[in-house]
Design a protein around this ligand. Structure first.
Ligand code: ADP
Ligand code: ADP
Length: 245
């Protein structure tokens, strides 16, 4: 059974306008998307800007409410669940965004940022939490003594490592990466991608990986789904991608 099975996912956004902010239209951002993702597998999601990649990713995590369709995690459809019923599933699904600076609280130390999910879910406090955070820092190639530093004291690549450590903190089954290296210098991109690949080998979670750079996507993905106007128009195996450049 796949870890994630998405069936006929639809997301329509209401567009409001005019003086009274009435609904003046609908954007069919995602229009019947289906795919499956195995444990330890990476599915790349590519397509031109506006084709619906982020909406698919955010809907799968229920950060955006689906209009219709099923989102099965380990066979359980999480699409109709209430926020409360969803809580246990939230722990197993994490997201890493494009801009690591924007998603880090500038007033929190890196250690507190990485440890925050542990606190929120009541999993560790005090010395036990510090120990776990130090371990996460090492896993992503940061030094434990950097835990006391603030986001602005890190480089762009290091900030993305902080985001990755936070995403790993609860032992996720699925990590959604929404353009995780697009904001980084080209020289740093490969380091972060290789870290992501290495972490998956050791911890066996799955990635749904969005990027516009096909070279990046093809390197990390086992299969690549191509989106066009809200639909998946092709799912190609990695071998096929390299055979047909
Ligand atoms: P991509 O990630 O491929 O660039 P998105 O999922 O961000 O695509 O957007 C798909 C479509 O949905 C675009 O036309 C976009 O403008 C629209 N869209 C995204 N978010 C919203 C929103 N909150 N309200 C209205 N339209 C939106
Ligand atoms: P990206 O495609 O990289 O996700 P966007 O600039 O398309 O970035 O979207 C940034 C944010 O704005 C997202 O949260 C998205 O949902 C929202 N958004 C995008 N398009 C629209 C839109 N037409 N109306 C309202 N919100 C939108």
């Amino acid at each position: 059974r796949p870890l994630l099975e998405v069936t006929d996912l639809v997301k329509h956004y209401a567009v409001r306008g005019g003086v009274l902010r009435r609904q003046i239209g609908t954007v069919h951002a995602v229009d019947g998307v289906s795919f499956a993702l195995g444990t330890g597998e990476t599915l790349g999601l590519v397509g031109e800007s506006g084709c619906g990649k982020s909406t698919v990713a955010r809907t799968v995590l229920r950060l955006v409410e689906p209009t219709s369709g099923a989102i099965k995690l380990d066979g359980e459809d999480i699409a109709p669940l209430s926020k409360t019923a969803l809580r246990p599933y939230r722990r197993s699904m994490q997201i890493v965004f494009q801009d690591p600076f924007a998603s880090l609280n500038p007033r929190m130390t890196a250690g507190d940022i990485v440890g925050e999910p542990l606190t929120v879910h009541g999993l560790a406090t005090g010395a036990k939490k510090q120990e776990r955070v130090a371990e996460l820092f090492q896993q992503v190639g940061l030094r434990p003594d950097q835990m006391k530093n603030f986001p602005h004291q890190f480089s762009g690549g290091q900030r993305q490592r902080i985001c990755i450590a936070r995403a790993l903190s609860l032992g996720p089954r699925l990590i959604v990466c929404d353009e995780p290296v697009s904001a980084l210098d080209v020289s740093i991109q490969a380091q972060v991608i290789n870290l992501l690949i290495d972490l998956q080998r050791k911890q066996n979670f799955s990635y749904l990986f969005i990027a516009h750079d096909l070279a990046v996507v093809a390197h990390i993905s086992h299969r690549v789904a191509v989106m066009y106007l809200g639909r998946i128009v092709e799912i190609a195996d990695k071998r096929e991608l390299f055979a047909n450049p």
